[in-house]
Design a protein around this ligand. Sequence first.
Ligand SMILES: C[S@@+](CC[C@H](N)C(=O)[O-])C[C@H]1O[C@@H](n2cnc3c(N)ncnc32)[C@H](O)[C@@H]1O
Length: 307
Amino acid sequence: MKSKTGVDYQFGVKNNWRRWQWNRIVERLRVLNKRPKNCLVLYLPGEKDLDRPVALSKRFSPDNLIAVEADKTVVDKLRVRGVNCIHGDLGKVIENWPDKEPRIDVVVADYCCGITEVVATFIESFNFTPGVSDKFVVSINMLRGRDSWSNFLREQDTVFGKHDQKHRGMQFVYFLMQPYLHAMEMVAEDICNCQHCGASAEKNVVFQEKFMKHNWARLYDYTKPEFQTYSSVMGNMKMDSVVFIWGKTVCNLHDGQEDIIVEHIQSEKSEAVLMYEKKRKLLSDKSVIARISAAKAVRTMRLEVGV
Ligand SMILES: C[S@@+](CC[C@H](N)C(=O)[O-])C[C@H]1O[C@@H](n2cnc3c(N)ncnc32)[C@H](O)[C@@H]1O
């Protein structure tokens, strides 16, 4: 049956996909030594809030499941049913999540669009919000298409060594990694300029390719991404998903590498940190912070009273 907003997310393929998603989330939390019941989750609920029963069956705590919904009519309906729901944009809520406990351990974003400008802002927020745990799990589902804003990402030929220029999950992770990959490229160039100076152009190209491959492998191992694609209920739209790990410690991937790389990454990193600090101040939004505080107060009250 269709909801009043006109979209029904309760159908076989999507139900299977939802279970697939939560299983992948739990697997990654296990790698991080985190128990579902202690993890704070932000998610896009939709009118029927179909993720909640699946999350509860995986032992997440009902008090730690905080919905974020842009549509006010959906928010009102969910609140009547007792769901702790923040009205607003998920990216803005993550950007403004405060630098204290409880921090965000899991983000579940089942979008109804592709990589649009709003989604890109959401992606970037992961790199500068102080409100996330050192390592956290992200699950994204996106529509393939109608997102000309991100056409430039489709021009890349290889992501994670797989040739799939259309998969929005692959592009999502690739976009998130851009600052790190850029830093690595600069480092590779620097090494060629000093350590390998005098080497032939061919040798330098081989070195740079090997270096980037090695760093891709490190990022892959850190993020442990798993990808999926399914067809919508009408069969005429494709949805792409990815579940992966991200975190503040992604900057420490240089551990154990040569000094020159460490030095270079540190300076790239401090530049990036400064840039993100500025951006965070710019994006700080008092009304969003107030809504987050209200949702946190509801959570605390429920945990204490046990309702
Ligand atoms: C696809 S539905 C979620 C369905 C649900 N996960 C399920 O499995 O049935 C996405 C919901 O998120 C809301 N939404 C979309 N983009 C959003 C954003 N950037 N911030 C907050 N809510 C958003 C939509 O209004 C919609 O209710």
